[in-house]
Design a protein around this ligand. Structure first.
Ligand code: HEM
Length: 486
C-alpha cells in the first residue's frame, strides 16, 4: 500500500475543532486497532490506497446503470431469470457494482487488517481496466445472445478471459497481502477470494460453452452449475468478504472491542462449509449426473448457521460499543435486517415449495437490501474518513482541522438511505406479488435514493459541508474526486 499520508513525524494531533492534543507513541503505532478515545483521529497514519476512489466511482456508475435498466423494465421480472437481458442486469450489479466496490474497499482495508502494506499498488489500476473491459465484453456477449447486437460468439469468451485476468490480479494482490498475516477478518477475505476464483472458473466455462467452444463437458456444466456459480459469487465472494470487513469497520467506527478470533472462526467455518459443499458437492453431482437437492439443502443449513452466528457476533459488537450510532451504522442495521429477512424468506419459500418461482425476489432482497445496503452505508463513512485523512492528515498538529463527522451532514443524508431501503423492501413485495410495473416504480424510487447518496458523497469529497474557517488550512490541498493525490 502507498504510505501516504503517513503521519509518523507529527507529534500532535487534534481532538476536535480548535483543539490540539498530544500523540503518544502507542496511539500512533496502532491507530486502526486500538480505539482509545471518542474520535476518529485515532485512525490517522494509515496509508491511502491511491485508486480506491476510482473503484468506488466506477462501481456507483454501474449501480446507476443497473437501476436505469430496472426502471426501463429490462431483465427480470419483465423477462425470464435465465434470459440474456437478465444476465446483463445480473452482471452489471454483481461485477460492475458490488465486486468493484468490494475490491476498492479491500485494497484500502486488507493492509489495515493485517498491518502490512499492499503487495503491489501498481497492479490496482490495471486490474480496474481489465475488469471494466471484461465486463463490457461480457455484457456485449449477452446482448448478442439476446439478439440486441449482431451475433458475435467470441465476445463471451473474450469477456471471460479479461475478467479472469482482472480478478486474477485482484486475487494475487489481496491474497498475498492477507496470507502474510491471516488473522480474524483477513481469513474471511481469503475464503472470499477463493470463492471468487470458483465463481470466475464456472463463469468462464459457461462463457466458452455458450460460444460452443467447451464440448459436452462444458455443456453439462452450463446446464447444471449456474446455481453453484451464483452461490459461490453472492454467498462466498461477496457475503463472506462483506462480513469479514464489517467486523473491523463496525468495531472501528463504534469504538467496540474486536470480535474474538475463536468466535468469528466458527462463523467463518459455517460459511466456508456452505461454499465448499455447494461448489465441491455440486461438482460431484454434475460429474456423476446425480440430483443436487441434498447438496444444496446441506449447504443451505450451513449458510443459515453462518448468518445466525454472524448475527450473534454483531450483537456483541453493538452491545459493547462506546459510541453513539452514526448514520452509517444505523443504515447498516437496515441491511442486517434485510439479511435476516432474506434468510426468513428463503426458509418460507422452501417450505412452501415456491423457491424456484420466487427466487428473483429472494436474490433481489439479498443483493439490494443486504449487500448493496451495507456497501452504500459503509461507502458513506469510508469516503468521509479517507477524504479527511488525505486532506487534513498532512497538516495535523500544525493547524486546527475539522473532525471526520464535520465532513458529513447526516440529517440531510438520512432521508436518501431511508428512501433506498423502503423502496428495496417494497420492490421485494412487488416481485413476490409478480407485479412488474409496481417493481419499476420501486426501482425508480431506489434510483432517487441512490442519486441522493451519490450527491452526498460528492459533497463530502469536495469538502462542501466543512465550515469555511476549517475547510482548507494552510498547507492542505483539496482532494481530487477520483483518486488520492500522492
Ligand atoms: C469471470 C467472471 C464471470 C463470468 C465469465 C460469468 C459468466 C456467466 C454466464 C455466462 C452466465 C450465464 C449462464 C447461463 O447461460 O445460464 C452467468 C450467470 C450468473 N452469474 Fe456470472 N460470470 C462471472 C462472474 C460472476 C460474479 C462475480 C457473480 C456474482 C458475484 C456472478 C453471478 C451470476 C449469477 C447470479 C448468474 C445467474 C443469472 C441468472 O440465471 O439470471 N457472475 N455468469
Amino acid at each position: 500500500m502507498g504510505t501516504r499520508p503517513s503521519l509518523r513525524h507529527h507529534k500532535e494531533r487534534r481532538g476536535g475543532p480548535g483543539k490540539i492534543i498530544r500523540m503518544t507513541p502507542g496511539s500512533r503505532r496502532n491507530f486502526f486497532a486500538e480505539p482509545e478515545r471518542d474520535d476518529e483521529t485515532i485512525m490517522i497514519g494509515g496509508g491511502i490506497s491511491r485508486w480506491t476512489m476510482a473503484y468506488f466511482a466506477t462501481a456507483l456508475t454501474w449501480l446507476l446503470a443497473a437501476l436505469a435498466l430496472m426502471v426501463a423494465g429490462i431483465g427480470h421480472p419483465a423477462t425470464d431469470l435465465a434470459a440474456p437481458d437478465t444476465l446483463v442486469l445480473v452482471h452489471v450489479v454483481c461485477i460492475g457494482w458490488l465486486s468493484l466496490a468490494m475490491c476498492g474497499a479491500l485494497f484500502q482495508f486488507v493492509p489495515v487488517l493485517v498491518a502490512k502494506p499492499l503487495f503491489s499498488e501498481g497492479l490496482v489500476l490495471p486490474a480496474l481496466g481489465l475488469l471494466t473491459a471484461g465486463l463490457v465484453a461480457l455484457l456485449a456477449g449477452f446482448m448478442a445472445l439476446g439478439g440486441r447486437l449482431p451475433s458475435a460468439p467470441w465476445l463471451l469468451p473474450l469477456g471471460a478471459v479479461l475478467l479472469v485476468a482482472g480478478f486474477g490480479l485482484v486475487v494475487i494482490n489481496l491474497g498475498v497481502t492477507a496470507w502474510l498475516r491471516p488473522t480474524g477478518p483477513a481469513r474471511f477475505v481469503l475464503v472470499g477470494l477463493a470463492s471468487l476464483c470458483a465463481t470466475a472458473a464456472f463463469g468462464t466455462v459457461f462463457a466458452f460453452a455458450l460460444a460452443g467452444w467447451a464440448g459436452p463437458t462444458g455443456d453439462a456444466v452450463l446446464a447444471r452449475a449456474v446455481p453453484l456459480h451464483a452461490i459461490a459469487g453472492l454467498g462466498g465472494w461477496l457475503t463472506l468478504t462483506a462480513m469479514g470487513v464489517s467486523y473491523r469497520l463496525l468495531s472501528m467506527f463504534m469504538l467496540a472491542p474486536e470480535v474474538e478470533d475463536r468466535q468469528s472462526r466458527l462463523t467463518l467455518a459455517a460459511g466456508a462449509l456452505a461454499v465448499v459443499t455447494t461448489v465441491g458437492g455440486g461438482a460431484v453431482t454434475i460429474g456423476f449426473a446425480m440430483g443436487q437437492n441434498v447438496v444444496l439443502s446441506v449447504a443451505a443449513i450451513f449458510g443459515l448457521s453462518c448468518a445466525a452466528l454472524y448475527g450473534r457476533d454483531l450483537a456483541g459488537i453493538f452491545r459493547d460499543r462506546k459510541r453513539q450510532l452514526e448514520l452509517n451504522t444505523r443504515m447498516a442495521i437496515l441491511s442486517f435486517a434485510s439479511l435476516a429477512g432474506a434468510a426468513v424468506l428463503g426458509i418460507a419459500l422452501v417450505s412452501m415449495g415456491t423457491l424456484t418461482s420466487h427466487s428473483g425476489a429472494f436474490v433481489f432482497l439479498a443483493v439490494f437490501g443486504w449487500l448493496s445496503g451495507l456497501v452504500l452505508a459503509k461507502l458513506y463513512k469510508i469516503i468521509a474518513f479517507l477524504t479527511w485523512l488525505e486532506t487534513y492528515g498532512p497538516v495535523m498538529g500544525r493547524a486546527p482541522t475539522p473532525r471526520v463527522q464535520d465532513l458529513v451532514t447526516e440529517s440531510r443524508a438520512t432521508k436518501w438511505f431511508a428512501i433506498y431501503h423502503l423502496s428495496v423492501w417494497t420492490g421485494t413485495l412487488a416481485l413476490l406479488a409478480q407485479e412488474p410495473n409496481a417493481f419499476r416504480v420501486t426501482a425508480a424510487a431506489m434510483t432517487v435514493g441512490v442519486v441522493g447518496i451519490v450527491h452526498e458523497i460528492i459533497r463530502i469529497r469536495r469538502l462542501e459541508d466543512v465550515a469555511p474557517p476549517l475547510r482548507l488550512p494552510a498547507g492542505a490541498a483539496a482532494p481530487h474526486l477520483l483518486f488520492a493525490k500522492s
